[in-house]
Design a protein around this ligand. Structure first.
Ligand code: SAM
Length: 286
C-alpha cells in the first residue's frame, strides 16, 4: 500500500470507497508528508511505545505511527472508514482499530491492558469540534500519559500557551499548564488538508509533568473555581464566584480570601496565575 499523505493518493482512496467527507466529524485529511514527518519527530516515538491515535481517518498518520511504534491503538468514530482502514493498514500487524467515540472509550483500561499501565503517547490530527473535551478527558481521567502531540485549531494552540492578562488566557490555558508543558511545534495552513478547513491549524506538543508545578489541596475544587472565574469573564472575581451555580462561595468569603492573598477586591480571574488559583482554592476550601 502506498503512503497516503499526498493529495493524489488521498483522493484516489476516497474515490475508490465512494467516501463522503463528514463535516460533523471534523474530517480534514492531512495531505503533506513534510507535516507528517514533523509530527512524528515531535512525538519522539520509539519502538517501545504504545501510541493512541484519535481519529485515524483513512490511516494517513497511522501508517507512519505503525512504522515507528511498538503498537498503535487507533480510535475512529466513523464506521464508513473502517473498511478503508482495513485496506490502508493491511500490511501492519501492530495496529488495532477501534470503531468508537473517543469520548466514550475506556482509555485507562486500554493503557492497562496494552501497555501494562505504563505511560502511553497520544498523537492525533484532532477533530476540532471536540478538542477541549478530548484534552481535558485525557488529563482528568488519570490515564498514564507521556505526551500528547496534536494538530489543533491555531486559536486553540494560542489559548493553550496564553498567560495571565491576555485575551486568550482562560480555563484551558490553566488546565494545560497544570498538567503539561505546552509547546507550539509549527503552524499548518489550510492547504495541507483535503478538504481545506476554514481555520488555520497548529501542531502542539504537551509533555505531561510528573508532578504538577503547583499544588492545590483539592484539585477538583480548584478547577471548579477556575471554570467559574472564566464563565463570567467580564465580572470581577468576587462577583463571578459568588454568582456561580453549585459553588458554595459568598461575596464575603471571596473578598476575604483575596485580601489574605494581598490581591485587589476588584481583580478579575484573567489576572490570576495558576499558583494564585491554587492558593485561592486552598483558602476557600477551608
Ligand atoms: N488522522 C486523519 C488525518 O490526519 O488525515 C484524520 C484527521 S480528521 C481531522 C479527524 C478524524 O477524527 C476523522 O477521521 C473523524 O472521523 C474522527 N473523529 C471525529 N470525531 C471522533 C470521535 N468522537 N471519536 C473518534 N474519532 C472521531
Amino acid at each position: 500500500m502506498a503512503y497516503l499523505g499526498t493529495p493524489g493518493n488521498t483522493v484516489e482512496i476516497l474515490k475508490k470507497y465512494n467516501f463522503n467527507v463528514q463535516k460533523k466529524y471534523g474530517q480534514n485529511f492531512l495531505v503533506d508528508t513534510h507535516i507528517l514527518d514533523k509530527i512524528l519527530d515531535a512525538s519522539a516515538i520509539t519502538g517501545q511505545d504504545c501510541v493512541l491515535e484519535i481519529g485515524p481517518g483513512i490511516g494517513t498518520m497511522t501508517q507512519y505511527l505503525a512504522e515507528s511504534a511498538r503498537e498503535v491503538i487507533a480510535v475512529e468514530i466513523d464506521r464508513a472508514l473502517i473498511p478503508v482502514l482495513e485496506e490502508t493498514l493491511s500490511s501492519y500487524d501492530n495496529v488495532t482499530v477501534i470503531n468508537e467515540d473517543i469520548l466514550k472509550v475506556d482509555i485507562r483500561r486500554i493503557a492497562e491492558e496494552r501497555n501494562g499501565g505504563k505511560p502511553i503517547k497520544v498523537v492525533a490530527n484532532l477533530p476540532y469540534y471536540i478538542t477541549t473535551p478530548i484534552i481535558m478527558g485525557l488529563f482528568e481521567s488519570g490515564i498514564p500519559l507521556d505526551s500528547i502531540t496534536i494538530m489543533v485549531q491555531k486559536e486553540v494552540a494560542e489559548r493553550m500557551k496564553a498567560g495571565p492578562g491576555t485575551k486568550d488566557y482562560g480555563a484551558l490555558s490553566l488546565a494545560v499548564r497544570y498538567y503539561a508543558e505546552p509547546e507550539i511545534i509549527m503552524q499548518v495552513p489550510p492547504a495541507c488538508f483535503i478538504p481545506r478547513p476554514g481555520v488555520g491549524s497548529a501542531v502542539v506538543r504537551l509533555r505531561r509533568y510528573e508532578v504538577p508545578p503547583v499544588s492545590a489541596k483539592d484539585e477538583r475544587y480548584m478547577f471548579a473555581l477556575i471554570r467559574a472565574s472564566f464563565n463570567q469573564r467580564r465580572k470581577t472575581l468576587v462577583n463571578g464566584l459568588a454568582n456561580a451555580a453549585g459553588l458554595p462561595v459568598t461575596k464575603e468569603m471571596a473578598a476575604d480570601a483575596l485580601k489574605q492573598m494581598g490581591l485587589s477586591p476588584t481583580v478579575r480571574g484573567e489576572d490570576l496565575t495558576l499558583a494564585q488559583f491554587a492558593r485561592l482554592s486552598d483558602f476557600l476550601a477551608e
